[in-house]
Design a protein around this ligand. Structure first.
Ligand SMILES: [Cu+2]
Length: 95
């Protein structure tokens, strides 16, 4: 019985974190998983921002070649860290 309750708690925690990710993802046209565990956000107009694997908005030089999780190469365009940071802060509030 206790095991079942713990399981339910774990599942609802997962669901909550999926929902909590929405503010940043809703603002982006597209998000792409990167090979190093970070996430690339592409905003309308093609400007990009990076979220590191710990969920923090991170700086990245424009023009740097990055590799996606599935092995594609992308070139960093823009560095919208100031745009992504408050969205991520909103998403991770209380976490
Ligand atoms: Cu990048």
């Amino acid at each position: 019985m206790l095991k079942k309750l713990l399981m339910a708690a774990a599942l609802s925690a997962i669901a909550a974190s999926a929902i909590a990710d929405n503010a940043a993802r809703a603002q982006a046209e597209q998000t792409i998983a990167m090979k190093d565990g970070s996430t690339l956000y592409i905003f309308k107009g093609g400007k990009m921002a990076m979220e590191d694997k710990l969920g923090r908005a991170t700086r990245m030089e424009q023009g740097v070649v990055m590799e996606t999780k599935d092995g594609q190469k992308l070139i960093m365009h823009g560095d919208e860290v100031g745009r992504l940071a408050p969205l991520l802060k909103q998403d991770h509030r209380g976490a």
